[in-house]
Design a protein around this ligand. Structure first.
Ligand code: CU
Length: 190
């Protein structure tokens, strides 16, 4: 193979390889999102006053204190990362303030999915801490009984223990693989 051809093929191969990597970088970044960010971390899609369509008013103000740290993983086999609690329950139409404390020196998130997309881009609200510290953010839940997934979206953190659920009203069952609450959908083979 001539050198020119080799260089050309290498260039094509590299650009094909690098394309999907770049495209998947920061999948949660979106220009429409409301983001408050500083050196310690961020709060995304905070909502303190816009009511979900099915809520005539805010039913109550609730503060959830959540602590994350590897120390909480000790009591659950197979986990590395932990939360002090893996389930919370609030009334429909609650205004929920999450006070998120990280005891680790690595990045963690408290991220909730499935909220109404007309209020929360991608149906998501989240708080992120780049290392140890505390950050607070607020969102309002809709008026129906539902179980929302809460997790940390950093690679492997959910699989290794950072999975939880927020039940609104009676909820709608338990999600699988919540430490201390539910079995995995598919059991490990070992
Ligand atoms: Cu994490």
């Amino acid at each position: 193979m001539k050198l020119n051809a080799l260089v050309l093929y290498t260039t094509i191969a590299l650009s094909v390889l690098s394309y999907p990597i770049n495209a998947e970088e920061n999948p949660h970044q979106h220009h429409m999102m409301a983001m408050q960010m500083d050196k310690s971390g961020m709060v995304m899609n905070e909502n303190k006053d816009k009511l979900p369509k099915d809520c005539p008013k805010i039913s109550e103000d609730v503060t959830i204190k959540v602590t994350t740290g590897t120390r909480f993983a000790e009591k659950y086999a197979g986990t590395v990362f932990g939360l002090d609690q893996h389930q919370w329950q609030v009334k429909p139409c609650s205004r929920v303030t999450v006070e998120f404390t990280n005891k680790d020196e690595i990045r963690h998130q408290w991220m909730i999915h499935g909220l109404p997309k007309y209020l929360y881009p991608q149906g998501m609200f989240h708080i992120e801490l780049n290392g140890s510290g505390t950050k607070t953010g607020t969102f309002i839940v809709p008026n129906s009984h539902f179980t929302y997934l809460v997790h940390c979206d950093i690679a492997q953190h959910m699989e290794k223990g950072m999975k939880a659920q927020l039940k609104v009203g009676k909820g709608r069952g338990d999600l699988p693989s919540i430490p201390g609450i539910s079995d995995p959908t598919f059991k490990d083979n070992w």
